[in-house]
Design a binder for this molecule. Structure first.
Ligand SMILES: *[C@@H]1O[C@H](CO)[C@@H](O)[C@H](O)[C@H]1NC(C)=O
Ligand SMILES: *[C@@H]1O[C@H](CO)[C@@H](O)[C@H](O)[C@H]1NC(C)=O
Ligand SMILES: *[C@@H]1O[C@H](CO)[C@@H](O)[C@H](O)[C@H]1NC(C)=O
Ligand SMILES: *[C@@H]1O[C@H](CO)[C@@H](O)[C@H](O)[C@H]1NC(C)=O
Ligand SMILES: *[C@@H]1O[C@H](CO)[C@@H](O)[C@H](O)[C@H]1NC(C)=O
Ligand SMILES: *[C@@H]1O[C@H](CO)[C@@H](O)[C@H](O)[C@H]1NC(C)=O
Ligand SMILES: *[C@@H]1O[C@H](CO)[C@@H](O)[C@H](O)[C@H]1NC(C)=O
Ligand SMILES: *[C@@H]1O[C@H](CO)[C@@H](O)[C@H](O)[C@H]1NC(C)=O
Length: 906
């Protein structure tokens, strides 16, 4: 049908006499286009095409302008090339795919071409070089590969070229030097190599040059900024070396300069003082040396200054104090010496002052506390050797006070209790004396950490601290604290990590879960603490012999040392997640205080399933996740909420916990991955229905499955009153195996295979969940690499402990654990297995204990019939090879599925 119309329209075109009015040609082309693109909002009467939405014609009824952005268009756009009078073509943000038709090169009048945000593949057609009138070309956010064609050099009217976020490779072609009218050149997020050509510096009209996130090498050309009016230059995340050319700064027009994450050396040129309009200067993670030029004070517009992780030295320039709009000053991890200039107290807009990891000495100047808007003060890892002034908490917005690893002395002032917004208080490894002020108990918001370890604090632990019910990490170790641990500390119900070791504490450890679950080492080295996890207070064992007996009883250690690594990792991840969450909550509360509406700022969103588009409301989805009562479950990487749309549609919404700040930069990549996931068609994979990106978080929308997870069915079956019979269990195992095998087939390794991530639809058909996570958490970014190895307890293959890398054989191991759960109805980790045992070890060691299969298999099933028992023994064999401790001995998922099918058929 479509082919017919295209042929027909071509026929009409060819049968026109040369003098025929172009109108009828455009009508034929528009007719073809209407059918090809399936544009439903165009009226059926083709002769009306000039009044169609998004279409503008000239007086001759020729289409001049076609603006069809964001209309979910798919199909073949070749017939557009018949619209000879077209000047403006915007097809951005659709689902167009395949090659960009080279026939577009026939549109000789075209001035504006925007095909961004589609799924175009293959290379950029060289024929686009024929568009001699083109002033703006935007092909960003596609899947284009190959090099930038040198034919584009003929576009001598071009003012804006945007090829951001594709897969382009090769060098930036020399031939493009003729594009003299270019004002904007955007090449970021590709795989471009080689040097930045010096012709870019010769473009006299250039105002914006973005080439960040490529593989560019060599120096930044010396002529940059000499001839042009460059305002925005962003080259972060490349392999650039050599100095920052002074020329960039000498024109004084620069507003944004971002060179983070390169290997630039030399110093920050004095010429920076010319840039009166510079608001954003980010040069962190390079190899820059020297001092910050004093002319920095001339940059009155400066808002962000980030120069961390370089080799800068000298003292911190007091001239910064003149940059009255400065919001962020990050000088961490350099070689700065001297004292913190009190002048910085004039920076009333400053929100973050980060100078950790330098060699600063002296007092914390009181003047700093005039920075009323400061929310983060990070002075850690320096040599500050004064005392803490009691005015510290005049900065009422302070959320992060990080003073650890210094030589601070004196007492911790009781006024610390006035910092009521603090989320994290780090004071470890200093020389603080005196007692712990009970006022710390007033900081109800404190949740990330309270760390006073490695000081000289003495006296009792104040019972008031029991009010800190949100606190996750408490470290009082290595002080001279005495008395008992007050029983009021049972109120600290959120604790995950506690450490009271190496003090002079005595008496009974309060009986609360966080304490009892801690290892003995958390309480070791005291005068005499007793009660769990140490020896019992009435026990016959002497206090000194508080060896590891109690410890080994504990669940956490049963699994052996490999897992302890992961427990630490998980704590780190948890802390990170909490911090993220807190920042959001804090931001929300700030917003509500200042009277701003708290409704979330939705940055992007999409629904992949056409039929659900009307039924999904993004804002309702986000709001539902703010209600605790909607929470369904919490996994390693995300929390799942039930969301009822105003339309009545019920969905589940998975909120990603460890989205880092890069999410806004990585957005388009993320969206592309999600869309790719949405297309992964397999009955046993849970595909996303849609997504919402808001603030710094992402929400993935899925269908809601009321039957819950395999874990819930296997382990809470008393509650649900439903027992999975063997045939159903076997078909769940096969389905889940097929889903995982398919993932491996398309080269996706799952980060967290567990029975908790296998959902069951209305027919108990299994669906593997959390597949997107493996794509959305980019392991090359700090936080994700930690989470990426975490997984769920009991499912983590032993080799992850030292490889710290997720693999397909690792997935097979975790799947083997799921099989064992299905066979035994037992949890992967359970105290009942005994010392040092998890489900895998317990099953593997069964024969050496002289146990029969009945003692392993769930006897409620294996004794029902001979054939069930036979099948279960067959699956047990498969589970044993899957959980082999040598990764190479585990079968491929495809093979596992074949073996499961064999068991079912025999
Ligand atoms: C289509 O529109 C044209 C002009 O607007 C009109 O003359 C013609 O009758 C319409 N045809 C139909 C089938 O409605
Ligand atoms: C689109 O249509 C044109 C003209 O009929 C044809 O030559 C071309 O191959 C088609 N392209 C695709 C991707 O189908
Ligand atoms: C593509 O680039 C042009 C020129 O810079 C711009 O006007 C247009 O908004 C861009 N398109 C999108 C979808 O951002
Ligand atoms: C850039 O301009 C300078 C001076 O006008 C000239 O000497 C140099 O050859 C030009 N470089 C390129 C690559 O065009
Ligand atoms: C900067 O690095 C380059 C090589 O990358 C080296 O040749 C040069 O000497 C370095 N300059 C300084 C000032 O360290
Ligand atoms: C920078 O400021 C100082 C004094 O504040 C002034 O003497 C100097 O001329 C300024 N530099 C520029 C380039 O404006
Ligand atoms: C400081 O910021 C404010 C608000 O953004 C702005 O109006 C003002 O112009 C800025 N000051 C300077 C010197 O740039
Ligand atoms: C801090 O250290 C500096 C340099 O070591 C020293 O001169 C100064 O007296 C010290 N201040 C205090 C209060 O100890």
């Amino acid at each position: 049908m479509n082919g017919f119309w295209v042929v027909l329209s071509l026929f009409l075109l060819l049968s026109e006499t040369p003098n025929a009015i172009t109108g009828s040609v455009d009508q034929a082309a528009m007719a073809a286009l209407q059918i090809e693109l399936g544009v439903t909002f165009w009226t059926p009467n083709v002769s009306d095409y000039c009044s169609w939405t998004g279409v503008s014609c000239n007086s001759d009824q020729s289409v001049e302008k076609l603006k069809l952005s964001g209309q979910q268009l798919t199909g073949n756009i070749s017939s557009i090339s018949l619209l000879k009078s077209l000047k403006f073509l915007d097809l951005s943000s659709n689902y167009l795919n395949g090659q960009i038709p080279s026939a577009l090169g026939f549109l000789s009048d075209l001035e504006f071409l925007d095909l961004s945000g589609n799924k175009f593949t293959n290379s950029v057609p060289p024929e686009l070089g024929n568009l001699r009138s083109l002033r703006s070309l935007n092909l960003s956010n596609n899947l284009l590969n190959g090099g930038i064609p040198s034919e584009l050099s003929s576009l001598n009217q071009l003012e804006s070229l945007n090829l951001n976020q594709n897969r382009l490779t090769g060098e930036i072609p020399e031939d493009l030097r003729g594009l003299e009218k270019l004002q904007e050149l955007q090449l970021s997020g590709n795989g471009l190599e080689g040097q930045i050509p010096s012709w870019v510096g010769n473009l006299t009209n250039l105002k914006l040059f973005l080439a960040y996130e490529n593989k560019l090498t060599g120096k930044i050309p010396e002529n940059f900024g000499l001839f042009s009016e460059l305002r925005i230059l962003n080259l972060h995340s490349n392999h650039l070396e050599g100095p920052i050319p002074a020329s960039i700064l000498s024109s004084g027009k620069l507003e944004v300069l971002i060179l983070t994450l390169n290997q630039l050396n030399g110093s920050l040129p004095e010429a920076v003082e010319n840039c009166k309009g510079l608001s954003n200067l980010r040069i962190g993670n390079n190899k820059l040396v020297g001092s910050i030029p004093s002319g920095i004070g001339n940059l009155t517009s400066l808002t962000y200054f980030e120069a961390d992780s370089n080799y800068f030295s000298g003292s911190i320039n007091p001239e910064f104090a003149k940059c009255s709009n400065l919001t962020l000053l990050n000088l961490a991890s350099n070689g700065f010496t001297g004292t913190l200039p009190p002048e910085l107290g004039n920076l009333l807009n400053l929100q973050e002052l980060i100078v950790s990891g330098n060699s600063l000495i002296g007092d914390i100047p009181k003047a700093i506390f005039k920075c009323k808007n400061l929310s983060k003060l990070d002075l850690s890892s320096n040599r500050f050797n004064g005392t803490i002034p009691k005015e510290l908490c005049d900065m009422s917005r302070l959320q992060y006070l990080l003073l650890d690893q210094n030589s601070l002395r004196g007492e911790i002032p009781s006024e610390i209790g006035n910092c009521v917004r603090l989320l994290e208080l780090q004071m470890g490894s200093n020389y603080f004396t005196g007692e712990i002020p009970p006022e710390i108990g007033r900081i109800k918001n404190l949740q990330i950490a309270l760390n006073l370890s490695f000081n000289h604090l003495h006296g009792p632990i104040p019972p008031d601290l029991g009010r800190l019910d949100k606190l996750v990490m408490l470290d009082f170790s290595n002080n001279q604290l005495s008395g008992s641990i007050p029983s009021e500390l049972k109120g600290m119900v959120s604790l995950i990590y506690v450490n009271f070791s190496n003090n002079q504490l005595s008496g009974q450890i309060p009986s609360s879960k966080p304490f009892q679950k801690s290892p003995v080492s958390s309480f070791a080295g005291n005068k005499g603490l007793c009660g769990e996890p140490m020896t019992s207070c009435s026990g016959t064992l002497s206090h000194e012999s508080n060896n590891h007996r109690g410890y080994y009883k504990k669940v956490l250690v049963v699994i052996g040392s490999a897992l302890t690594v992961f427990i630490t990792v998980t704590v780190v991840v948890l802390l990170f997640m909490l911090r993220e969450k807190q920042e959001m909550v804090a931001a929300a509360s700030l917003a509500s205080e200042s009277g701003i509406s708290t409704s979330p700022l939705i940055i992007a969103g999409n629904v992949f399933i056409e039929s659900l588009k009307q039924a999904v409301d993004f804002e309702s989805a986000v709001k539902a996740t703010l209600k605790e009562s909607n929470k369904l479950s919490s996994g390693t990487f995300s929390t799942v909420y039930k969301v009822i749309m105003p339309s009545g549609l019920v969905l589940s919404a998975r909120r990603l916990k460890s989205m880092d700040k890069t999410v806004t930069h990585q957005q388009s990549k993320m969206i592309r991955e999600l869309e790719r996931m949405a297309k992964l068609c397999h009955d046993n994979l849970m595909r996303p229905v849609g997504f919402v990106i808001y603030d710094d978080a992402a929400l993935l929308l899925h269908h809601y499955w009321p039957n819950g997870t395999l874990a819930q069915l296997l382990h809470n079956n008393v509650e649900s009153g439903f027992e999975l019979d063997w045939p159903r269990r076997l078909s769940i195992a096969i389905g889940a195996g097929e889903g995982l095998a398919f993932l491996h087939h398309v080269a996706i390794i799952h980060l967290d295979i567990s029975s908790g991530n296998i959902l069951l639809d209305g027919n108990f058909n299994p669906l593997i969940g959390e597949i997107e996570i493996s794509k959305l958490l980019d392991p090359s970014r700090g936080t994700a690499s930690i989470s990426a190895v975490a997984g769920s307890f009991g499912y983590i293959p032993p080799e992850y402990a030292y490889t710290m890398q997720v693999t397909a054989p690792g997935n097979v191991y975790s799947f083997g654990v799921v099989l064992l759960e299905i066979l035994t109805s037992r949890l992967p980790v359970d105290e009942a297995f005994g010392e040092g045992m998890d489900l895998v070890k317990w099953v593997h060691n069964a024969s050496s204990r002289g146990e029969t299969p009945e003692q392993i298999l769930d006897s409620r099933l294996s004794t029902v019939s001979f054939s069930w028992r036979k099948q279960m023994l067959g699956v047990l064999k498969i589970a044993l090879v899957c959980t082999d401790s040598t990764p190479a001995k585990r079968p491929k998922m495809k093979k596992v599925v074949e073996m499961l099918h064999e068991v079912k058929q025999n």
